[in-house]
Design a protein around this ligand. Structure first.
Ligand code: B3K
Ligand code: ZN
Length: 875
């Protein structure tokens, strides 16, 4: 990351050099045997002019069986094999072929990188550097190659054999009648990280999509036997994504076939391998009975995200891994726009803003803070972060706000035309956007070099706004100041370009014209004249639509916030005003301060919203009433105290549930009719029902607790989970029964059963740590499946009074578990280790306890990935 603990091991952006060879063609012959896999690779190389460098290839955990150049086996002194590098000292000056034969053991590969076994199938994950676990290769994203892949296996055990591109031949293996082989050819040059291979006894669901130019694309979704009924949603999502990318970006799919595979053991959500997307099965298998509304929307957006990568990532890829946000930030931006177009743009923006504040802002404020474009790393896997993804998307959104839609989309078109088939950089991207935007001769309202600081500067900028009001003149002067706190390795920050969309509420309480201020100085003022000459200054609506990924303070009193909460026409700004009020209430409760008069005002405001004349849209209402996340609240405390915040949330729910019981029950009744409507219909009503259940259940409403318990056996997973969430914080009979019902109903469906593990682990109860130990030994707990591990250990972290116990038992337990996971799966372990990243904000006792847990971690024999994170946290 920015400051590396041991610089000698770091990879640095400034050291980038092009690879001295091209590999126009890569041929693989993959022979799957009972206990091993043999991979023969023919790399057809060409030296780049004037280069006389030796050829260096990467390989991890490979048994090299033979090595030849142009068919001639290499003498032992013609090459060296040390660590993970194979060096061939001298190579021909004309095109030549390197042939290697390697043996691998996918069954022993718990890292879930390279080629590994998941259930009865074999599958791959090559991003970022997994291809080197399959064969010796430069394995860097700027080496693009056309792949031809032959896969041979036992016909019965592995009837389905998939790779990228088109299947060009298939048939029995002449010399062994029980075996068969398929040959795949991908006409598009691609980096090795986009290579994929799947072999197994998979069931196929087939559909098709006809592109705008008339290409009939066969869509094949492959799942394990029995999972076929749960694939329709993913397939429909794929078709919607293909249509959207054509409509909005004019980008069509480019092959005749598109394959998707669902895999149980997967480190992340999904992977965009060219024409062979591989998904964590929890992001494929879903219907209304087995997935919540939120999960259905997420599946739709991840299917879209991976599909959109075909252009933003695959056709145009990254020159090196420092450019990761080039494809990830852009593809997140594209999937956010897709969801906004298909559903409710305003609510999607709020969801994304809340997510950014609770995850990315937290990252920016901690020891692993890094820029969207880092300049050094030890383990690239540690950089698949919310900063690279979501903050990266926000930078693109700011360009859109600054340029306006039409100019921005011209820039996008230029980017896709200009760099198609290339490995590009974020500078190429920004240059294309700005050039396309200004090709009509228009000029920019900001300085590009200053905008680009966003890519290199870590940390969340803070903006403070001062308001000066001259009532007799009707003149408002606003002074904006920006600053960014130091982050590790970056003590001094420069001003960035911050688009501020803002407005003032007029005398009737409605927002006036929206204005764009380009804040690019440390301090800057703006004057608004001709306003109504009222004694009180006008109410300010700031950062509308969350126009920049920053935090801000303005002298907004409770009155202003209540006015915005009731009236603002911008959904984000209205929601944000409510969030500020909720924050004031929750922080006061958590610190034991008296906020009863503010509570009374909020009760009154919420009661207005609930009334028949109040907010009509159930999803908007539920969103306005949802409390801010604990991460955001912690960041506002002088000494973060997660258990106190958790208690405060419970107490506030109880207060609002009891004080507003009648109005809440009425809204519950009016939502009842649409509760079983098919997604996306009815989701607002279900969201509101979930919120009301949680308030009323907290207030002791037995009828609601019983209704919730009944919903766990009902037809909607959204309501079942809402019920469990409502009952979970309360020590009541229904909670125990609800968990048992859920257990009995879903124990044979691992993807869903992980939810039960998470619920059990996050239920506040005195013996919770012992309970977690039992869960880890549960016969249905799969320690090799990151989903299960994350469910149990993530559940524990989401149980504030247990994880943050003052005696440090939660932290120590977690440290030991991370060490165990790290032994087999460093990617999952290093991500989990970040749970300790907030320790410096805790009180002295917790601080000491985390330091102790970190010391236990540091003493262990850790992977490079986890070591990098732990060292940063200890620094
Ligand atoms: N590109 C993949 C992530 C790969 C993770 C590598 N450790 C998923 C995505 O962002 O689409
Ligand atoms: Zn992605």
């Amino acid at each position: 990351m920015v400051t590396s603990p041991s610089p000698q091991q770091s990879v640095r952006l400034e050291d980038y050099r092009p690879f001295p060879f091209r590999i126009p063609k890569t041929e693989l012959d993959v022979v799957i045997q009972d206990d091993a896999v043999l991979v023969t690779a023919d790399l057809h190389l060409e030296p780049v002019q004037d280069s006389s460098e030796p050829l260096r290839l990467q390989g991890v955990d490979l048994a090299l069986i033979s090595l030849a150049v142009d068919g001639q086996p290499l003498a032992a002194d013609a090459y060296s094999l040390s660590g993970d590098a194979l060096q061939i000292h001298a190579t021909p000056h004309q095109p030549f072929t390197v042939t290697t034969v390697c043996k691998l053991d996918p069954a022993a590969n718990g890292s879930l990188e390279g080629l590994y076994a998941s259930g009865g199938m074999l599958t791959t994950q090559c991003e970022a550097e997994g291809f080197r676990r399959i064969t010796f290769h430069p394995d860097r994203p700027d080496v693009l190659s056309c792949f031809r892949v032959r896969i041979e296996a036992d016909r019965e055990r592995y009837p389905v054999l998939l790779s990228n591109g088109n299947a060009v031949a298939a048939g029995p293996v002449p010399e062994s009648p029980t075996r068969h082989a398929v040959v795949w050819e991908d006409p598009f040059p691609k980096p090795s990280y986009l290579f994929a291979l799947v072999a197994g006894d998979l069931k196929e669901i087939r559909d098709h999509f006809t592109t705008a130019s008339g290409r009939r694309v066969t869509l094949r979704l492959h799942v394990e036997a029995g999972d076929e009924p749960y694939t329709a949603h993913a397939m429909e999502s794929l078709k919607r994504s293909m249509a959207w990318d054509e409509q909005i970006y004019g980008l069509e799919y480019d092959l005749d076939e598109f394959n998707t595979v669902a895999v149980r053991h997967f480190n992340m959500g999904a992977m965009e391998n060219k024409s062979l997307n591989i998904f964590n099965s929890k992001l494929v298998l879903a219907d209304a009975e087995t997935a919540t509304d939120g999960e259905l929307e997420r599946i739709e957006s991840v299917v879209a995200h991976e599909y959109f990568h075909n252009w933003s990532g695959n056709r145009i890829t990254c020159r090196d891994w420092f450019q990761l946000s080039l494809k990830e930030g852009l593809t997140v931006f594209r999937d956010q726009c897709f969801t906004a177009d298909l559903h409710c743009a305003a609510l999607k923006r709020i969801e994304d803003a809340a997510m950014l504040r609770n995850t990315q802002f937290r990252e920016d404020a901690g020891p692993t803070a890094h820029p969207v474009k880092p300049d050094a790393y030890q383990a690239i896997d540690n950089f698949y972060t919310t900063t690279i993804y979501e903050k990266g998307a926000e930078l693109i959104r700011m360009l859109q706000t600054l340029l306006g839609d039409a100019r921005f989309m011209r820039g996008m078109r230029l980017y896709f035309q200009r760099h198609d088939g290339e490995a590009a950089t974020t500078e190429d991207f920004v240059a294309a956007i700005l050039e396309g935007a200004t090709e009509d001769g228009s000029s920019l309202n900001f300085e590009p070099e200053q905008f680009k600081r966003w890519y290199h500067q870590a940390g969340t900028p803070h903006v403070s706004v001062d308001r000066q009001w001259e009532p007799t003149e009707g003149r408002l002067t606003l002074t904006f100041r920006q600053s960014t706190a130091p982050t590790p390795g970056q003590p001094d920050k420069l001003p960035v370009v911050i688009p501020v969309l803002w407005s003032v509420l007029n005398a009737e309480g409605r927002a006036g014209d929206e204005r764009l201020l380009v804040l690019d100085q440390a301090q800057q003022s703006v004057v608004l004249e001709g306003l109504a000459k009222t004694p009180q200054p006008p109410v300010l609506s700031l950062f509308r639509n969350f126009s920049a990924p920053v935090t801000w303070t303005a002298d907004q009193g409770d009155d202003d916030l209540f006015a915005l909460f009731a009236e603002d026409t911008d959904a984000f700004a209205r929601w944000d005003a409510g969030q500020q009020l909720w924050k004031r209430l929750l922080l006061a409760r958590a610190s034991g301060a008296d906020a009863s008069s503010l509570e009374m005002r909020m009760l009154d405001a919420v009661s207005q919203l609930l009334s028949p004349a109040g907010e009509q849209d159930p999803a908007v209402l539920a969103t306005l009433l949802a409390f801010p996340g604990l991460a955001e609240l912690e960041a506002l405390q002088d000494e973060a105290d997660p258990p106190a915040l958790f208690e405060a949330s419970c107490a506030l729910r109880e207060l609002f549930g009891s004080q507003l019981a009648d109005a809440l029950r009425q809204r519950l009744a009016s939502s009842a009719e649409s509760l079983q409507a098919h997604w996306p219909a009815g989701q607002g009503e279900r969201q509101l029902t979930a919120l009301i259940w949680s308030w009323l259940a907290a207030a002791g409403d037995e009828e609601v607790r019983d209704a919730a318990l009944a919903a766990v056996s009902g037809p909607s997973m959204t309501l079942a989970r809402a019920a469990l969430r409502a009952l979970q914080p309360i020590d009541c009979a229904q909670r125990l029964q609800a968990l048992q019902v859920f257990h009995d109903r879903w124990q044979d469906r691992p993807v869903i059963f992980d939810t039960w593990f998470a619920l059990e682990a996050s239920t506040p109860r005195p013996d919770a740590l012992a309970r977690v130990e039992v869960l880890l030994q549960h016969p249905r707990f799969d320690p090799m499946a990151p989903n299960s591990v994350r469910a149990v250990l993530g559940g524990l972290v989401g149980n504030p009074s247990v994880f943050h116990a003052l005696d440090g038992s939660g932290y120590l337990f977690m440290a030991r578990q991370i060490i165990a996971v790290d032994g087999r799966n460093p990617i999952t372990a290093s991500r989990m280790a970040k749970v300790f990243s907030r320790w410096h904000t805790y009180g002295p006792q917790r601080k000491a306890a985390v330091q102790q847990a970190l010391a236990v971690l540091a003493e262990a024999d850790l992977s490079t990935n986890t070591r990098e994170v732990v060292t940063l946290m200890q620094a």
